[in-house]
Design a binder for this molecule. Sequence first.
Ligand code: ADP
Ligand code: MG
Length: 370
Amino acid sequence: MAEVELRGIVKEYGAVRVVHGVDLTIEDGTFCVFVGPSGCGKSTLLRMIAGLEDISGGDLLIGGERVNDQRAAERGLAMVFQTYALYPHMSVRQNLAFGLENIRMPKSEIAARVDEAARMLKLEPYLDRKPRALSGGQRQRVAIGRAVVREPKVFLFDEPLSNLDAELRVSMRGEIAALHRRVGNTMIYVTHDQVEAMTMADKIVVLRDGRIEQAGAPIDLYNRPVNTFVAGFIGSPRMNFLPCKVTGHDADGLTLQDAQGRPLRAAVDGRTVGEGDTVELGIRPEHMHPDPEGYPVQVENVEQLGGESYLYVRTETGVALTAHLSGQTGLARGGRAFLAIRPEFAHVFRKDGTALPRLRLGELEGDTRT
Ligand SMILES: Nc1ncnc2c1ncn2[C@@H]1O[C@H](COP(=O)(O)OP(=O)(O)O)[C@@H](O)[C@H]1O
Ligand SMILES: [Mg+2]
């Protein structure tokens, strides 16, 4: 087990810098998820930690020791990739044992580790099968098993579930989380899927263009995103944004106006913006519901799923918003509706995209900081 620390980590391919000085501490035993859009540098960062890519600048520490110049095999890590690349001519047992045989581990020790991994990953019935006789999920469990038998200090995963169908992804998500609880090792997991990040992580690191936008506990990122990028990336459907102008502020927050002059309130610290400033009000789909006193919109589409409903609406100023309601709705396409946008659920972002501090959270959100 080990803490992983990145200090000013830089990656350059020739003259092109793709990772711009990343500082991050991943405490021992943490399940840390790197998330962000394709091309933001997740794999590059992971591969530098693994020792599969040279580090162009900065220091990488594992368990307090600088390992920049250590080869991959010396770092005590194990990596699981998206493509599981099992040896097709070997049985599951042989696939699990192969890496250990290569380092000439005693046969009895290998057998014990293979049995333990097979038990942990529920692979015992398949130990004598070849990979082609396994389902996608079983193959991915074997790939994870190959990492488990090495008893690494840190597990690294690069989008390990991307090749699986939706249902299998959900169950494998649970299995990897259970593996983490059982072994307790530090795990670093790369995904572009914010739901995977939210459900698996102790700590989420949101990346964009080779930089960390925000790192923290999933629910803190959801409650207090530092900018419009994180606000839009975490949460599904994504947060709604409504352009507004500041008209005033007091101890309870900001008073705003949309482009038609309709007043709105937000419980945020408004001291760093001035009257007349352009801002964006952010409101999550799950935080709007029909309310006769609410904000007027035109209903463009309704999706009724039985237990929940989605409203796709347009404001008088032409902005498309999505509302996620629990239960069923009597609202119909083409009608007018009024949606509550309550101050304690509102986020406000300055013109440069940075968030104003929220003064309190809505009652559904709670507050993990207090
Ligand atoms: N071998 C390489 N040579 C040049 N550029 C690369 C190489 N590998 C990755 N990149 C670039 O680095 C950036 C980050 O890539 P990557 O880490 O694979 O992103 P992610 O895993 O987040 O999708 C991308 O812009 C990509 O084009
Ligand atoms: Mg990648």
